[in-house]
Design a protein around this ligand. Structure first.
Ligand code: SAH
Length: 250
């Protein structure tokens, strides 16, 4: 039995890889996170069992529980079943997929990683932001705004220069992040774009500045893009009609 660690992409089912779509279409069991666009489940056969192990208020499986569940179902006998561990974006970008792979390896369970399109890069693109636009930024750093029990981000170092910073899991900590980057020397006028639910039907982009980021109304999940490129909005005409953009004037 093989456990597939599958990246679901940022949301829009059209942004699944062909391989992810193929594996989902023959899944018998899907163990998934909370942040999966509901449209993706339409690809799963009706008979397939679905287990939501997403962390949410009032209930949350620990990472150990999830690892144990994967090992148990992966080591199970019986009919050949397709087991999918479905994770948002790419399974190895802040998805704790590495820990799940480690647990499966340690237990001798066969598994395969199916890479996905990470929201870290697809989110900005969906909002019309080229993260390394020539002349504005020659680098992009993907950083966690917060990690339980493990936070070694050097915001001072990130503040230097004009490279693009993409923050995941940063909504709750946006004020602290802005303060740290300003203290490190980033200009208060630095453009910022916050992309909520990128590529979901309800995608919304908020345009603001680093000075104002702390006071902006944002709903998770969202990606925070900091740097000169965040002022760009290269979306086609159709996308302009479809997507909501809010200019924050606070
Ligand atoms: N493995 C995922 C990231 C997991 S961390 C990936 O590669 O995309 C979870 C964080 O990713 C969220 O807190 C949010 O900051 C960001 N995120 C994931 N999907 C998103 C989406 N569709 N829109 C906005 N932010 C998203």
């Amino acid at each position: 039995m093989t456990v597939y660690l599958v990246g679901a992409g940022p949301g829009d089912p059209d942004l699944l890889t062909v391989k992810a779509a193929r594996i989902l279409s023959c899944a018998d069991l899907v163990i998934h996170d909370r942040l999966i666009d509901p449209r993706i489940f339409e690809l799963v056969p009706p008979h397939a069992e679905r287990i939501d192990v997403g962390k949410r208020p009032g209930w949350s499986a620990t990472q150990n529980n999830i690892n144990e569940l994967l090992v148990t179902v992966g080591a199970g006998r019986g009919a050949e079943r397709t087991i999918v561990r479905l994770k948002g974006g790419d399974p190895f970008v802040f998805g704790r997929g590495g820990e799940e792979a480690e647990a499966l390896m340690a237990a001798g369970v066969l598994f395969e990683v199916v890479p996905g399109i990470s929201a870290a890069l697809a989110g900005p693109a969906a909002a019309g932001i080229p993260v390394t636009h020539r002349g504005l930024s020659a680098s992009v750093t993907v950083v966690a705004g917060h990690r339980e029990g493990y936070d070694d981000t050097n915001w001072d170092a990130l503040a230097v220069g004009n490279g693009t910073i993409v923050v995941l899991m940063g909504v709750e900590h946006r004020r602290r992040i802005a303060t740290a980057l300003l203290a490190g020397g980033r200009l208060p006028s630095t453009p910022v774009a916050v992309i909520e639910r990128a590529t979901w039907e309800s995608q919304r982009t908020i345009r603001t500045t680093l000075a104002q980021l702390g006071g902006v109304d944002v709903v998770s999940p969202a990606i925070i893009v900091i740097g000169d490129v965040a002022a760009l909005s290269y979306v086609g005409v159709d996308a302009q009609l479809l997507s909501t953009t809010v200019i924050s004037t606070e």
